[in-house]
Write a new protein. Sequence first.
Length: 375
Amino acid sequence: MNPKPEAKPKNPNFSSGPCAKYPGYSLEALREAPLGRSHRSALGRSRLVESIEGTRELLGIPEEYLIGIVPASDTGAVEMALWNLLGERAVDVVCFDSFGREWAYDIVEQLKLRDVRLISAGYGLLPDLSKINFNHDLVFTWNGTTSGVKVPHGDFIPHDRGGLTICDATSAVFAMEIPWEKLDVVTFSWQKVLGGEAAHGMLVLSPRAVQRIEQYTPSWPLPKIFRLKKGGKLLRGIFEGSTINTPSMLCNEDYLAALQWARSIGGLPALIQRSENNLKAMEDFVAAHDWIHFLASDREIRSSTSVCLTVDLPQERLKKVIALMAEEQAAYDIASYREAPPGLRFWCGATVERSDLQLALQWLRWAYNEVTGLQ
C-alpha cells in the first residue's frame, strides 16, 4: 500500500524565485503604500529611504557602505557593477552555477575584456578558490541558486587585496553570514530570501568601489539606466532614496513589510536559523531514503536556501513525480533549473516553514512510490 498523506503544506510554494511570502503575509500589510504619489515626493522618498536603512540595520551593513535601489532586480544590479567597474584590472570570474556563467559570458563577450580568467566547477562542486589572484578584480556568486552550492565563508578573501570583490549574493543575503568588510560590491533582490516582489535590485558599494567609480571611466558607453556617476562623481542620490527610474511604491511597501516581519522574529540570526533548520529537515529526509541525493555532496558547501537534489529515476518518470506534487497541491515549482542536471530544487529560505517542508517531503515519498509502483 502507498497511502496518501492526509495533511498538506499551508504554503506549497517552493520556487527559488520569486520565493514564498513570509508566514502570515497579507495584502493588508500594504495598506499604507503611497500609491499615486511621486517617488520623488517627500513621502515617496522617505519610504525608499526606510527600505535602505532597514536593510542596513537588519544585515549589519557598515555605515560607510552605500546602499541603493536600482532597476531590473539582481540582474540589473550585477550588470551595473560590471559595466561601471570592470576594465581597469584583469578579472577573475568564479563560476559554479548558471548565473556565474552568465556574468562570465557578459564580461568576455559583451564587455569584451581580454585579461579574464575563469575559475569554474561543475554543478554540485565549488572551484579551487586558492587559484584566485586578488590583485585582479573578482566576480563571483556567494550562493549558486541553480547548483545548490555556496561559498562556505569569506576566509579566502584577504583584507589587503588589490582588486575589487564583486559578489552576486541574491540567494544568500538574509540567510547566510556575509562578511561585508571582505566585499566591495554586493547585489541582491527583494524576491529571494524575504519573498519580496520582483523588478528591483539592491546595490551595495564599499568605499573602495566608490573610489573606483569616481577615478575610472570605462571605454564603453553606458546607457542611462546603468550610469552611476555624473561629472566624475558618484550619483549619491541613488543611495539616498532617489532612483534612476520610477520604482514601484507597492513593491517597496511589500519589502518594508518583509523587513518588519524579519525584525519581529528576531532579525538576522533568526532568519539564518530558519533556513538552516529547513536544510536539516532536507538532510534528515535524504538520509532516510536511498533514492534521493544532494547535488552538493559536501555539506560544507551545501546551500541552505536553494537545495538541489538528484533522484534515481529516468527524467520522464521524474517529471511525473513533479507533476503529481503540483496536482496534489503539495509542492509547486520544484523542478531543477533548466540548465542544471535533472532533479529537484526546493527553496528552503527563511520564509519557508519547516512544518510545510516536512509535509511536502511526505508527499514526495508518496509521489515517488506512485511512479515507481512500490508497495
